[in-house]
Design a protein around this ligand. Structure first.
Ligand code: NAD
Ligand code: IPM
Ligand code: MN
Length: 362
């Protein structure tokens, strides 16, 4: 039996509620094929307040020894976001070269999003977000602080290597899914980095001749994703565009509370990290009402990454069943279920292993 070592960082706010929920589901699913040995770390804004640091100096070295990382969210009122994010989340993504941020979005049966039902029909797409460079750079800052000429600047960094590998990943994924690739851009020359991005997309398209692709300006793309989201399959975008698109698409499919993400190091040289798309939601934290599905689905993506696609599918099936029942939907989806009730519904809906119709492995 395989044992996977998982670093668990609940973080702040609702991360402390949704990560235990995901662990409950993982506990229920681990069994004959694999076990998970989890180690929990209290790295968070609470730790920052106590010690002055979000994580210990050797935090990244500690994580390096794990097979995967499961994270809730970081960020708390009173601690500036740049402190919590540059002190934990962003260093993990970068140190471990998690340059692919995979963010699937699906409209589940029974879930009514904010769109007219005829517009929302059959949403099933994946945002492939570049995750380690682009607009999220440390080059820049504040000049002449507190004066009339105070100025904030930031350099975007787009490298040929960085753009090529994310675009290639997206083309390969689009090739397996079959409905084509959309590149999010702003190529009208105002943003200097985007013609470069477009050039590389066009070059890589030549290497994937079987995959239909198109590019859309980010502003128009946002409108199309609201008006006709089912027309999209794989969408590749830079760090900032991908960030914005993933909240937008999650919301049109019902709620950002169900959206998962996988921060992948495709070469598997370093651990990958799995976390919901949403943040620490201080407005609802501590009340037991957060939707746990984003973190539970992220945990399923972790199992897929660790080589257990059948276990991941069992969780997917249970998530779909729990969402189909209005009694076990949380408030963000118009229901009344608590985090605990929604989690229990997923655990109770886990199909037996192996899934009906699947072949027993030799
Ligand atoms: P947010 O995602 O935390 O919340 C946005 C809105 O969505 C809120 O109204 C919240 O109540 C709701 N929401 C989010 N997740 C939900 C869930 N699971 N169930 C029900 N409702 C949910 O975004 P924000 O308000 O922009 O940020 C709050 C804090 O989280 C900030 O400190 C921010 O920096 C941080 N943040 C962290 C991460 C991360 O760690 N990966 C991601 C995004 C934001
Ligand atoms: C996300 C978050 C983060 C990001 C923030 C909190 C830095 O919004 O994971 O989507 O923009 O990457
Ligand atoms: Mn985001």
């Amino acid at each position: 039996m395989t044992t996977h070592h998982i670093a668990v960082i609940p973080g702040d706010g609702i991360g402390r509620e949704t990560v235990p929920a995901a662990l409950e589901v993982l506990d229920a699913i681990a069994g004959d094929a694999f076990t998970l040995r989890t180690t929990e770390f209290d790295w968070s804004c609470a730790r920052y307040r106590r010690t002055g640091a979000m994580m210990p100096d050797d935090g990244l070295d500690v994580l390096r020894g794990h097979d995967a990382i499961l994270l809730g969210a970081v960020g708390a009122p009173g601690v500036p976001d740049h402190v919590s994010l540059w002190g934990l989340l962003i260093p993990i993504r970068r140190a471990f070269q998690q340059y692919v941020n995979l963010r699937p979005v699906r409209l589940f049966e029974g879930v009514t999003g904010p769109l007219r039902p005829d517009l929302a029909e059959a949403i099933d797409l994946v945002v492939v977000r570049e995750n380690v460079e682009g607009e999220y750079s440390r080059i820049g800052g504040r000049l002449y602080e507190g004066t009339e000429i105070e100025t904030a600047m930031q350099e975007s960094v787009f490298t040929r290597t960085g753009v090529t590998r994310i675009v290639d990943y997206a083309f390969r994924l689009a090739g397996t899914r079959g409905r084509g690739l959309t590149s999010a851009t702003k190529s009208n020359g105002i943003v200097h980095t985007m013609p470069f991005w477009d050039q590389i997309v066009a070059e890589r398209a030549a290497a994937h001749p079987d995959v239909p692709w198109r590019q859309e300006h980010i502003d128009a793309l946002c409108a199309k994703l609201v008006l006709a989201p089912s027309g999209f399959d794989v969408i590749v975008g830079s760090n900032l565009f991908g960030d914005i698109l993933s909240d937008l698409t999650a919301a049109v499919a019902g709620s950002i509370g169900i959206a998962p993400s996988a921060n992948l190091n495709p070469e598997r040289e370093f651990p990958s990290m799995f976390e919901p798309v949403h943040g620490s939601a201080p407005d609802i934290a501590g009340r037991g009402v957060a939707n746990p599905i984003g973190t539970i689905w992220s945990a399923a993506m972790m199992l897929e990454h660790l080589g257990h696609p059948e276990a991941a599918r069992r969780i997917d099936t249970a998530v779909a069943a729990s969402l189909a029942d209005p009694a076990t939907r949380t408030r963000d989806l118009g229901g009344h279920a608590t985090t605990a009730e929604a989690t229990r519904a997923v655990v109770d809906a886990l199909p037996a292993s192996p899934l009906p119709g699947s072949q027993p492995s030799a």
